[in-house]
Design a protein around this ligand. Sequence first.
Ligand code: NDP
Ligand code: 5RP
Length: 477
Amino acid sequence: MTTHKTMGIVGLGVMGRNLALNMTDHGVTVAVFDPWPDALTRFAVSLNGAAHGRVTVAETPADLVAALPRPRTILIMVKAGEPVDGVIGDLAPLLDPGDTLIDGGNSLFHDTMRREAALRARDLHFIGLGVSGGEEGARHGPSLMAGGDPAAYEASRAVLESIAARFDGAPCCALVGADGAGHFVKMIHNGIEYGIMQVIAEAFALLRDAGGLDHAAMAGIFRRWSQTDLASYLIEITATILARKDDLGDGPLVEAILDTAGQKGTGRWSSEAALDLGVPAPTITEAVYARALAAQKAERVATAAVLGGPAAPAEPAPAWDPDGPEVEAVRQAVLGAVISTFAQGLAVIRAGAQANGWDTDLAAVARIWRAGCVIRAALLDDIAAAVGAADAPGSLLQAPAFARRLEAAQDGWRRTVALAVMTGVPVPGLSSALAYVDGARSERLPANLIQAQRDHFGAHTYERLDRPGTFHTEWER
Ligand SMILES: NC(=O)C1=CN([C@@H]2O[C@H](COP(=O)(O)OP(=O)(O)OC[C@H]3O[C@@H](n4cnc5c(N)ncnc54)[C@H](OP(=O)(O)O)[C@@H]3O)[C@@H](O)[C@H]2O)C=CC1
Ligand SMILES: O=C(CO)[C@H](O)[C@H](O)COP(=O)(O)O
């Protein structure tokens, strides 16, 4: 298959525009189309005369297709859902066998599987490409998670690798399986992103509300945490956010922001996939619930007016020392919860790959998350080594490097969750992540009682520990 150094791009919003600029920086010839004239104007302004001769601005999908050498490759960068089907519907009749469409949006992997099959039947290739890194990543190096036919990926690989972020010189771009695999991996990336953002937000609430720390002190704490095992993009931006003053009012900007978090669907889809696969991902799901609860602002205000929490101490406690043991305990809680969330997400990817017949290499996934993406973190280097080892265990929790980290973190983590419970600070992320680890390391869980209850009320039968077979008991006789 021919290697493409020319790419068509449909959709010049935040991501499409910046990916197009990134490509022109890397010598790729691009032809772009967006139905919104302002998007084309904004793109022309961003180009500022650069890449002369290597950019064609098309006025219609037909012009775009005509501007591309065969076999053509077109990256679709529009909102997930109907707009993607709309663009495919516009382009497919104009394409020739062997051409490739790449969907770089946050599409649901089931949609990608459906689209890939429909286009394959028309001799067209379809790659579902997870793109992470936001605006800055798109412009200067995102992490790219591709799903599709290896030959079609090979044809676009040079361009994708040239624009991807690099970690120790290696591009953060890989084929992670067939059809919907790239979008599945990106979906779980976002689920992990939800979990980590939630536990960081809970740490912020504890430092502020239980620890009595001001925003300058908290910014310093997060900056120091950036120098530890917790080093990551999300911890870094949290330090920056906490330090920012409100230029439209007094005090820190973060306190002027309405406390209702938005969500576009990938977190919920991750939870749905985990439930469908029967794989626990409680911290991801709690993070989705936490955003749903946050969105119920009026309801929360009404409840707060009638329902009190724990009694305040007679004497207000002094603020925590930013270098003291309480803050270190919160750091351990966040570290443990981040590891737990990665373990949950990787387990869902492993099960999703198995269920869908994808040959997803978990170590490659961890490697391409080391730079460019929102969940990039120092831990990912060790995660890649742990899940890529010849004798890699079934769960990240069993990998010696992570079992030891969790053991070291658990004391502070438990004290932090206990403190949150006693002071009434909601920590669904930190506590579910801990419960996941405690459940995962339990040789015996109380599911024996659940089986007995099921057998009692529904004659569902049970198995025994000491002999094979299926048993039923007449419990009331
Ligand atoms: N923003 C981010 O940080 C990230 C976004 N993503 C995903 O990337 C995708 C694009 O996101 P983003 O760039 O932020 O979205 P934007 O809304 O900024 O841009 C989408 C662009 O596509 C255009 N468009 C819509 N429908 C069509 C169509 N039928 N034909 C051609 N163009 C069309 C839109 O035009 P109009 O405005 O007129 O509708 C708009 O210019 C989404 O799936 C998003 O979830 C992935 C990673 C990070
Ligand atoms: O894919 C992304 C980052 O990786 C996008 O920023 C996405 O919009 C984040 O999800 P949500 O809007 O639901 O918080």
